[in-house]
Ligand binder design. Sequence first.
Ligand code: ZN
Length: 496
Amino acid sequence: MDYRGKKPIFAHKITTKMKQKRPFLLLFVMSFLLSCLFTEMRAQSFDQYFEDNTLRLDYVFAGNSSEQHIYLEQLYKQPRWAGRRSRLSEKFLNGNGQLTVRDHATQEVIYVWTFSTLFQEWLLEDEAKTLSRAFESSYNIPYPKAKVDVTVTLTDHHQQVTASLTHTIDPADILIRPIGDKGIPFYYVWKGGQKAGKPEKSRASRRYEATEFDPFEDVNVAECIDFAILAEGYTEQQMGKFYADCERAVDALFAWEPFASLKDRFNVVAVAAPSLEAGPSVPHRGVWKETASNTHYDTFYSQRYLTSQDMHTIYDLLSGVPFEHIMVLVNSDTYGGGGIYNQITFATSDHPTFREVFVHEFGHSYAGLADEYAYDDMDTEWYPADVEPWEPNVTTLKDFASKWADLMPEGQPIPTPLDPNVPDFRQARENPDALAKLNAATQVVGVFEGAGYQSKGCYRPAQECRMKINEVQDFCPVCARAIRLITDFYTSVAPR
Ligand SMILES: [Zn+2]
């Protein structure tokens, strides 16, 4: 998603984690027994079908606005599996695409992964009416023990399947290419709730050798969500800056709720892929650079939309690193970014809004949150009225009961009129009282018209939110709940 929000001023809120009370011993014992049972069932299900390795699937999605096709490009095997080990056949959000893995012998669904793609965003551009193009995508699934059938589907904004490919994979296929460490140094900056300390200088400037030390020592890859930050536009000499920037990213992510309360469920690994030149490509200034991930601004001719179309290259750079979610950290002070659900986040390191943009984009890629802002002149209908969007924080009112109806204050009208006492974001930049009022508006739930780029027919849960403007630091209660629930899903915690 293109981030075109407004520039912010800085404001911070410290939120302390509420300690859960367990007043009844019986309840405690029961929950302990249940959790043991749950853990046991979970391990059985994973171990029955999968080994602790990763199968990487590289595809090409191609076509135009009237027809789309999916092609398999290459399969890879790499050590360890960093993804979820339970609720394997469930899907949490629909996304715009789905990867379904079936046991070949029984046709039982044994793993599901949903996602969105840059290709599908491009399909809504005018260019897609007259031109066919190809986009890369890569996905990791746990390495199967026996033959599996993998089905990849893409869906349109009416949630109808527009392209599908099914192929059988024999895990013993000799053409599945094993890949491991590519010699790119990587270091944990966050391990399950704690800062992991700065890497030693000598290690940062030298190629990582697997025999020298175990980078996975005391990292709980199986239980935590593994988030990789990939260096982009940093030269070999700038890796000290890269690690410092990664620490700022981690500080930004865990400073605010709901991530502050969830920080013990994440690992963050910094992957120091060097670029020959500093900074990304900026086509609108005629600047092109030799960089590791080939990122550039001006995606779909939108100046601030910073992406890369080289997904296979990005996955190559991450070889040997256990990860589930990717952020490409771009060494630049030019405003921009992008975030695609279960695919990738792009953020720039040195713009004053770095913290806000990074958390916003991560909201897209991690929790499937939609943009809550609107344009008056948007022609494209991203969210047609006859379909309830799959994104948890927008609604067309087609099926509002499935969204945040349970969080609505009593008597709150639908649609909810804007509160005229909430100040404009421009006022909030100058005035701390106005900022406090603006931020308070994030916590008032309603159904406000204007979201998902559309000024009409699509509604958001709060007047202001982290997914709408940079001036506020908080997510609205609907976005916050979505982040908590998807974190529970990935980390096998029963919903609270
Ligand atoms: Zn929100």
